[in-house]
Design a protein around this ligand. Structure first.
Ligand SMILES: C[S@@+](CC[C@H](N)C(=O)[O-])C[C@H]1O[C@@H](n2cnc3c(N)ncnc32)[C@H](O)[C@@H]1O
Length: 242
């Protein structure tokens, strides 16, 4: 009996160990460093709802998210906003797009992640890190492009609405908002939800779809990501901001 328990325990350890190695390997193949992966996972374990993902975005997903971040020219700088930069996987791509007079605001809810980002970009004069919820961010200017990393499917519907209404009001006329959702995961997740949560979840899906049907200008699937994702691009005009 004891031998059987030992065998089962060993098999479990091997299975869990292999999954951890696969997970870290997949994240590193996607472009994240070991430290970034571990920090991200740690924040997810502490704050599963607001972090809403088990891994940082891969380089390919980050590249897809920033296609509408078009640099300004000297003397005519642009303003960009990244909401929920996490460990900075997408930020690193936005940074490569900054023109000489452009500015990037990062708004991150998680205090520990915001502190890390502040340390990383302390010497970058074009980047400012703000710690807090995007719903409280009231800048003096509007943005040319907004990249969102918010885990909409993990949040209550009322908060999703509040975030969207606020973010849309921060976009310039014709500004583009990019965000991602995970592929297949929402359908799998739905199966395990209670009736009330399922209703809430469906409302979020419908809300995002409605926005896309009105303002969507394109989508891009990114399979090499943990888990695979799809990026949606929306161009907002004063019509929706009103
Ligand atoms: C799914 S992670 C994405 C991180 C990163 N953008 C990436 O792609 O690897 C979501 C991030 O959004 C942040 N977040 C969640 N709600 C937020 C809010 N209301 N305001 C600002 N950031 C928020 C979380 O703390 C977390 O860092």
């Amino acid at each position: 009996m004891r031998r059987r328990v030992k065998k089962v325990a060993l098999a479990l350890c091997i299975a869990i160990g292999s999954m951890v190695v696969l997970y870290i390997g997949a994240c590193m193949l996607g472009g994240s460093s070991f430290v970034e992966t571990v920090v991200f996972l740690g924040r997810f374990i502490d704050e599963p709802e607001s972090v809403g993902a088990v891994a940082p975005s891969s380089k390919l997903l980050a590249e897809a998210l920033v296609v509408h971040v078009i640099p300004g020219v000297q003397g005519a700088g642009k303003r960009f906003l990244e909401v929920g930069p996490g460990t900075g996987a997408v930020t690193e791509e936005v940074v490569t797009k900054l023109g000489p007079d452009d500015h990037l605001d990062l708004v991150e809810l998680d205090g520990k992640l915001a502190m890390m980002l502040r340390a990383r970009y302390a010497h970058h004069p074009q980047i400012t890190v703000h710690c807090g919820s995007i719903t409280q961010w009231l800048p003096q200017h509007r943005y040319d492009a907004i990249v969102m990393g918010i885990p909409f499917n993990a949040l209550p519907f009322a908060l999703v609405q509040e975030i969207w209404q606020h973010v849309v009001s921060l976009a310039k006329q014709g500004g583009v908002i990019s965000y991602f959702s995970y592929l297949w995961l929402p359908d799998i997740k739905k199966v395990f939800l209670s009736k009330t949560k399922k209703r809430e979840f469906k409302k979020i899906q419908r809300y995002l779809l409605d926005h896309y049907q009105k303002y969507g200008i394109g989508m891009k699937k990114v399979l090499p990501n943990v888990p695979p994702a799809v990026v949606s691009y929306l161009r907002f005009t004063s019509e929706i901001a009103a």
